[in-house]
Design a protein around this ligand. Structure first.
Ligand code: C2E
Ligand code: CA
Ligand code: CA
Length: 277
C-alpha cells in the first residue's frame, strides 16, 4: 500500500470498482441531499462481565439501498476516506450517535463512535465536536467515546497527540480500537492519552482453548489497569470465551455472543428488556 505498509486482501474483501463508484455516488447524495435515513446507525451493546448489564454501545454506520438492502461499512468507508466524504459522514455519525444517546439517556451509559484518520486530521473536527457538546450542556461529555485506531495516529500529518489532548480537555473519552493488531501498540499506549483499550477480536476468539492468547490478554488487562485505563474485549462469540474473560477480570465485552449490531428500534427493545442479562 506504499509508505512501508502491507495490506492483505482476500477474495471476498475485494470491492469492485463499479461497486465503489456506486457507493461514492450514494454517499454524496445522502450527505449533500440530507437523506440521513440512508445512512442509519446500528448499535452493538457493550456488556459488563460483573453484572451482565449493557453499559454502553458502539455506533456502527450502515448504508440503506433503495431496495432496502443494508450495506456494511466495508463497502463504503474506503471510498469515503479517499474522496474526503468521510468528514461529512463522520459529522453525520457523531450527531446521530449523540441524538440517540440523548434519547436513551436514562437507559444507556455511553455511546462510542469510530473516528477515521482523515476525520481526526480535519481542522474542523474539534470545533464541530465542541459545538455539539455546547448544544447539549445537560449531557456529560464523558458519555461520548471516540474510537481511534493506531493507523489513525501513524497515517496522520497533524500532531495527533496534541489533538487528542484537546479532545480530552472537552471531557470526551478516547478508546484505542483494534488494540494489539498494529505494530507499535506499546508506543501508542505510551503516547496517547486514552481511557479505554479495545482488545482486538483476534486475541479474543478461541481464547479459552489457547493459553498464549489467555496470557496476552491477562498481560494487557494488567497493563491497562496500571495505566488507569479500562479494557473491552471485542469479538466475543462463544460462552467459553466470555467465561474466560470474566475469570481473567476483563471488565466489559462486546460480540455476537450477546448481540450483533442492531437497528435502533431493536437495540432500544434490548435496552428496555435488558435481554443481555
Ligand atoms: P470496528 O470498529 O472494529 O467494529 C467492530 C466490527 O466487528 C463491526 O463490524 C461489528 O459488527 C463486528 N463484530 C462485532 N462483534 C463481532 C463478533 O463477535 N465477531 C465478529 N467476527 N465480528 C464482530 P462492522 O459494523 O461491519 O464495521 C466494520 C468496521 O467499519 C468497523 O470496525 C469500523 O472500523 C468501521 N466503521 C463502522 N462504522 C464506522 C463509522 O461510523 N465511521 C468510521 N470511520 N468507521 C466506521
Ligand atoms: Ca470500533
Ligand atoms: Ca474494533
Amino acid at each position: 500500500a506504499g509508505g512501508n505498509r502491507l495490506e492483505v486482501f482476500t477474495e471476498d474483501m475485494r470491492v469492485s470498482v463499479r461497486e465503489r463508484l456506486a457507493a461514492e455516488a450514494r454517499l454524496r447524495q445522502a450527505l449533500t441531499g440530507h437523506l440521513p435515513w440512508t445512512l442509519p446507525l446500528w448499535f452493538q451493546p457493550v456488556v459488563s462481565t460483573v453484572n451482565g448489564q449493557i453499559v454502553g454501545a458502539e455506533a456502527l454506520v450502515r448504508m440503506r439501498l433503495p431496495d432496502g438492502k443494508i450495506l456494511s461499512p466495508f463497502h463504503f468507508i474506503g471510498a469515503a476516506e479517499e474522496t474526503g466524504l468521510i468528514v461529512a459522514l463522520g459529522e453525520h455519525v457523531l450527531r446521530s450517535a449523540f441524538d440517540h444517546l440523548l434519547y436513551w439517556s436514562s437507559h444507556l451509559g455511553y455511546v462510542s463512535v469510530n473516528v477515521s484518520p482523515r476525520q481526526l486530521a480535519d481542522p474542523g473536527f474539534v470545533p464541530m465536536l465542541a459545538g455539539l457538546l455546547a448544544e447539549h450542556p445537560e449531557l456529560d461529555p464523558s458519555r461520548l467515546v471516540l474510537e481511534i485506531t493506531e493507523t489513525a495516529v501513524l497515517a496522520s500529518t497533524v500532531d495527533v497527540g496534541e489533538r487528542l489532548a484537546t479532545i480530552k480537555r472537552l471531557g470526551v473519552r478516547i478508546a484505542l480500537d483494534d488494540f494489539g493488531t498494529g505494530y507499535s501498540s506499546l508506543t501508542w499506549l505510551k503516547s496517547v492519552p486514552a481511557d479505554v483499550v479495545k482488545l482486538d477480536r483476534s486475541f479474543v476468539a478461541g481464547l479459552a482453548e489457547d493459553q498464549r492468547k489467555a496470557s496476552i490478554i491477562s498481560a494487557v488487562l494488567w497493563l491497562a489497569r496500571s495505566l488507569g485505563m479500562s479494557t473491552i474485549a471485542e469479538g466475543v462469540e462463544e460462552m467459553a470465551d466470555w467465561e474466560a474473560l470474566r475469570a481473567a477480570g476483563c471488565p466489559a465485552v462486546q460480540g455476537y455472543f450477546f448481540s450483533e449490531p442492531q437497528p435502533p428500534e431493536e437495540f432500544q427493545a434490548m435496552l428496555i428488556n435488558r435481554k443481555c442479562v
